[in-house]
Design a protein. Structure first.
Length: 555
């Protein structure tokens, strides 16, 4: 491998690596706009200049060059901190700022704008501009979720390259010549593909902004938490940006997909951003995952335990609902364990599934457990990221064994079994029974218990008792994606109201049924899971790491 010196220190790098990446690998940041490691290198912004010295015709010769286009070579010497390099950076920034509007106070990207950051770190020059700036289009609607401001654009071409090389949809291009060049929609196009939001992440300035986040929060108010998208079996790595301050005004935002109810005024999650993991989603996410966070704070969130009293659901203490669950389940099990069905959603974490399995299969020995919820017929996968399976943890359910036992009944058998009187008690966890049961089957059930995140108005008539489950963003744990990769998600904030993670309710329910699960936190459950389920053997949160780990027969 080539050995080169960077600012006087010798390092070794793989053949073919460019100098910009080499500098980044040793902790030296070279400013750049157009370069992105996952896109074709074009070298158009001229910002990433360094001093390159290498042997040419028997003697060391030096030049100023753009680091993204220079590959490392044995004996090369790189300087990123010379007066000439600093001068070249200042000149490039001055050129880029010549027509850039000075609208940082009203720009959504202020605080994370590369042009703004580079000026303070690498520019620091006084403006010599006396001519009027060239005006261009502002706040131009170019798609379902994206707004374009041509005045702020630095023509880095990241957005158009992404649409050419990744989505292959080609909606944007650079048109015109010289000072008249600008990013524009191609004739007849709209930026409405399923990955359109990624152009906002790629834009190094405030030229492309997201309608969902536009004028919503200043970035310095945000806190960030790593998580895993729950909207399909791929398990894309994401970052949850959130803010709990109720005095930071919230505007209601557009709904990417039709939800049962809109988000409430106090919306804690402000936006979702992709988190790089080359083994899973690289640095992209689909718009379904990007805008699918709103159910966490939607108006139909169940935040208090409820029980049916004389045909009306009333908020009660959690203990009262636990008692109702225990009494009903014990009565049904005493009569015939085969008449009880438990259905969970594959949106549960491995820890929650294992806690439910430990209670209902290991301790209560119920045969009718299942997770195979039907797939929404409107859901479609693609050949980029979106899986044909819209659930993040179906493989985890299968590995743990939350399936019918022996002659046990699964989801697809329940309508007939209820009709024939073989099932009279149903407990669902994060699953709306109307997705797999006919209305007449629901009405015929003797006992109906639910653990839910959201309680739609038209489901209330079917509820005997319900416990509120923590929503995405409110709990930690792991998902197992379709490739067998186990990945961690962290809690951004505490559950709303009296909601709790499902594993907490399993512990409470087990205690009430005198089948104690002696756990206190998710680490305890993970330890037990790794001891008893072979595909999770010897796993811990530390061993999983930030990028996940492939285990079992998928490894």
């Amino acid at each position: 491998m080539p050995k080169i010196k960077i600012n006087g220190n010798e390092h070794e790098f793989p053949e073919g690596m460019n100098v910009l990446e080499a500098c980044k690998n040793v902790g030296i940041y070279v400013p750049h706009f157009c370069y992105h490691p996952l896109l074709r290198t074009v070298g158009s912004c001229r910002m990433c200049k360094v001093e390159v010295s290498q042997n040419m015709r028997g003697s060391m010769q030096s030049r100023i060059d753009i680091s993204c286009k220079v590959e490392v070579a044995d004996g090369m010497e790189i300087r990123t901190d010379t007066p000439e390099v600093k001068k070249q950076q200042q000149m490039t920034l001055e050129f880029l700022l010549s027509n850039h509007p000075l609208d940082c106070p009203v720009c959504d990207d202020a605080g994370e704008c590369e042009l703004q950051n580079f000026y303070f770190e690498f520019g620091q020059h006084d403006s010599r501009m006396i001519e009027p700036k060239i005006k261009n289009r502002k706040a131009f609607d170019i798609g379902r979720s994206i707004v374009l401001d041509n005045e702020r654009c630095v023509l880095c071409s990241r957005c158009s390259r992404f649409l050419e090389e990744v989505t292959h949809t080609h909606e944007l291009g650079i048109f015109g010549m010289g000072s008249a060049e600008s990013i524009m929609l191609k004739p007849g196009a709209r930026l409405d593909n399923d990955y359109a939001g990624n152009v906002v992440d790629l834009c190094p300035v405030g030229a492309l902004t997201d309608k969902d986040y536009r004028f919503k929060r200043r970035v310095w108010y945000l806190k960030s938490t790593p998580s895993i998208c729950e909207h399909c079996a791929r398990g894309c790595n994401v970052r949850v940006d959130w803010d709990l301050n109720p005095y930071h005004w919230h505007k209601k935002t557009f709904q990417m997909r039709k939800h049962r109810t809109e988000a409430t005024d106090l919306q804690r999650i402000q936006r979702i951003k992709p988190r790089r993991n080359d083994a899973v989603n690289k640095e992209w996410i689909c718009d379904t995952g990007r805008y699918g966070y709103k159910s966490t704070d939607s108006a139909d969130r169940l935040t208090q335990p409820v029980i049916n009293e004389s045909g009306e659901l009333k908020p009660v203490e959690a203990g009262a609902v636990i008692k109702a669950f225990v009494t009903g389940l014990n009565s049904a099990i005493k009569s015939n364990p085969g008449k009880v069905a438990v259905v969970v959603s594959p949106k549960l974490t491995n820890e929650e599934i294992y806690a439910a399995w430990s209670l209902f299969r290991k301790r209560l020995e119920l045969p009718n457990l299942d997770h195979k919820l039907p797939v929404d017929p409107e859901w479609t996968g693609d050949d980029l990221l979106k899986s044909a399976d819209p659930f993040p943890n179906r493989l985890g359910c299968e590995w743990i064994g939350f399936v019918p036992d022996g002659n046990g009944l699964g989801v697809e058998d329940l309508n007939l079994a209820i009709s024939n009187g073989k099932i009279d008690t149903l407990l669902t966890i994060l699953a709306d029974p109307r997705e797999f049961l006919e209305e007449k089957s629901l009405s015929k059930l003797k006992r109906k218990f639910f653990i839910l995140r959201n309680l739609p108005e038209d489901l209330k008539e079917h509820v005997d008792a319900a416990l509120p489950a923590a929503a995405w963003g409110e709990y930690r744990g792991t998902f197992t994606n379709f490739e067998g990769r186990i990945q961690r998600l962290e809690a951004a904030f505490d559950p709303e109201g009296e909601a709790q993670p499902v594993w907490h309710w399993m512990i409470e329910l087990a205690t009430g049924m005198k089948k104690s699960l002696k756990w206190r936190k998710t680490e305890d459950i993970m330890h037990s899971l790794s001891d008893h389920v072979i595909n999770y053997k010897n796993l811990s949160y530390d061993s999983i790491g930030p990028e996940g780990v492939v285990v079992g027969d998928k490894a």
